[in-house]
Design a protein around this ligand. Structure first.
Ligand code: NDP
Length: 264
């Protein structure tokens, strides 16, 4: 199937590992040129060089912390200098949390707000005129099933991901007049290296193996009974960014192995 993405330009935040990396590689397989950012510039640069080499696409890598307005501006400057603009924006960078309302400081709330919500808003505001000039495009927000169905050990994560989903909905309404489709993907359990590292730490010195620990989480959560791989969820991002998804506007799509317990 030709997805009609060849020689387009996609910006993916947090493209050096996990889901962002899988999404970047899936775009590259379609002949899409890439602009990637992450804080660990050395890791990102080596990943970018490998993708460019393996897939024959241009890859721009910029060390940037998207929770900081000045880094977002610097990243966008570099992207516009290299590609003139982008056709696809994937707001992926983000991370889980662990706290209670009573122990989460204002600083923590503000950081997650900047990382999950303001990064997406700042990138969209800055890149929208260029996307419009190129004839439109697609913006995808990688929120989480937790935007709707909370995990109670991470209220800061749940609240900021829910806010991101609402920002995405409002943005979709405004941007479709410019031919830009905005949507949200709410993933369930996706087996990234971070999950594996955490499982190894939690099970060290216990009778449970890290694999058993993860299997139990999957069994208890998702009816499908397993984690997704980053690669299998990445396909959905690429489809949603493609012209084949031309009537998909302002929605939240669940890719969660059946974990969501309500109709939504
Ligand atoms: P990983 O921790 O595996 O990767 C996160 C990526 O984002 C890395 O490239 C990291 O690089 C980058 N990143 C993190 N913080 C920043 C920042 N402040 N500025 C720029 N880049 C940053 O995460 P996942 O792949 O698991 O998650 C990706 C997204 O998917 C997140 O938004 C997460 O909430 C969401 N998600 C994940 C699920 C899962 O089960 N894995 C489930 C549902 C949603 P570096 O550290 O170098 O900055």
């Amino acid at each position: 199937m030709d997805l009609g993405l060849k020689d387009k330009v996609a910006l993916v935040t947090g493209g050096s590992v996990g889901i962002g990396l899988a999404v970047a590689e899936a775009f590259a397989r379609e002949g899409v040129h890439l602009a990637l950012c992450a804080r660990d510039e050395a890791r990102l640069r080596s990943v970018g060089a490998r993708i460019a080499d393996e897939h024959g696409v241009e890859v721009l890598t910029v060390g940037a912390d998207v929770s900081r307005a000045e880094d977002v501006g610097r990243f966008c400057d570099a992207v516009e200098a290299r590609f003139g603009g982008v056709d696809v924006l994937v707001n992926n960078a983000g991370t889980g949390s662990a706290e209670t309302f009573m122990d989460a400081s204002d600083t923590k709330w503000q950081h997650y707000w900047d990382l999950h919500v303001m990064a997406a808003i700042r990138l969209a505001r800055r890149l929208q005129p260029g996307m419009t000039a190129r004839g439109g495009g697609a913006i995808i927000h990688n929120a989480s099933i937790c935007a709707t169905q909370p995990l109670y050990y991470e209220p800061v994560y749940n609240v900021t991901k829910a806010a991101l989903a609402m920002a995405s909905k409002c943005m979709a309404h405004e941007f479709i007049a410019h031919g830009i489709r905005v949507n949200t993907i709410n993933l369930g359990l996706v087996l990234t290296p971070d999950w594996v590292e955490t499982a190894k730490t939690l099970t060290e010195g216990t009778p449970t193996t890290w694999e058993e620990h993860l299997e139990a989480i999957a069994r208890d959560s998702a009816p499908i009974g397993r984690f997704a791989s980053p690669e299998e969820v990445a396909h959905f991002f690429v489809f949603l960014a493609s012209p084949l998804a031309s009537y998909c506007v302002g929605s939240s799509y669940y890719v969660d192995g059946g974990w969501l317990r309500v109709v939504n």
